[in-house]
Ligand binder design. Structure first.
Ligand code: G3P
Length: 224
């Protein structure tokens, strides 16, 4: 597989299951499956573990967020520059649990690109995805908020949002890779996402809360 193969982005969020050493443990599971299979797996550990994890795995590590701030006086913010120096390869921006105004999204994308960071911008609707496509991030991930953390995959509950987001985003910039997320749990969901035109998935609870994450990740990639 190559960097252009379907991306499986695992957002650890701030679940208790991935606190402390567990963030590295889960990242290493993803790392070793990627190494063994060639799957394109990306992890987003909690911010406080970013550097620790990035130092110890070979797969890309993304921040869960960046703020549109330059280095300087700004207590508690996460600058793109800090993310880069922590060893991350990219960042999520505008997750529906951490939204930013559209202009700030654009600033975050540009600042991240200037540092060579990948960008995955989240959008909760087709319209928002189409609008944010003007910033040309690497990825746009469409996630209906009402399905996040649930047991029904977006690919089953709302296949049209995936299809329509792919069409809308590609009509603005063909180079943006469209992902979908919310409720994605298994290999069938990933396969359906790809069949709908997505180039991967962004998921969280299906992996982070799993009692056997190794088995879940292997299942996620089995049809791609
Ligand atoms: O960032 C991924 C996310 O919002 C989807 O969460 O738990 O439904 O896979 P989940």
């Amino acid at each position: 597989m190559s960097g252009k193969d379907p991306a499986i982005i695992v957002n650890f969020k701030v679940y208790s299951e991935i606190e402390g050493e567990n963030a590295l443990r889960l990242s290493k599971i993803c790392d070793s499956i990627a190494d063994e299979t060639g799957a394109n797996i990306i992890v987003c550990p909690p911010m406080v573990e970013l550097s620790y994890v990035a130092d110890q795995v070979n797969i890309p590590v993304y921040s869960q967020n960046v703020d549109p701030r330059k280095p300087g006086s700004g207590t508690g913010f996460t600058t793109p520059s800090l993310v880069k120096s922590a060893g991350a390869a990219g960042t999520l921006i505008n997750h529906s649990e951490h939204k930013q105004p559209a202009d700030d999204v654009g600033t975050c994308v540009q600042m991240s690109k200037d540092l060579g960071l990948d960008t995955c911008v989240c959008a909760d609707t087709v319209e928002v995805a189409a609008d944010l496509a003007r910033f040309s991030p690497c990825f746009i991930a469409v996630e209906p908020p009402e399905l996040i953390g649930g047991d029904v995959s977006v690919t089953t509950a709302n296949p049209d949002i995936v299809r329509n987001t792919v069409e809308a985003v590609k009509s603005v910039d063909k180079g943006i890779r469209v992902l979908c997320g919310a409720g994605v749990k298994n290999g069938n969901d990933v396969r359906t996402a790809v069949d709908l035109g997505a180039e991967g998935v962004l998921l969280a609870s299906g992996v982070t809360k799993a009692s056997n994450p190794d088995a879940v990740i292997r299942d996620l990639i089995k049809f791609i």
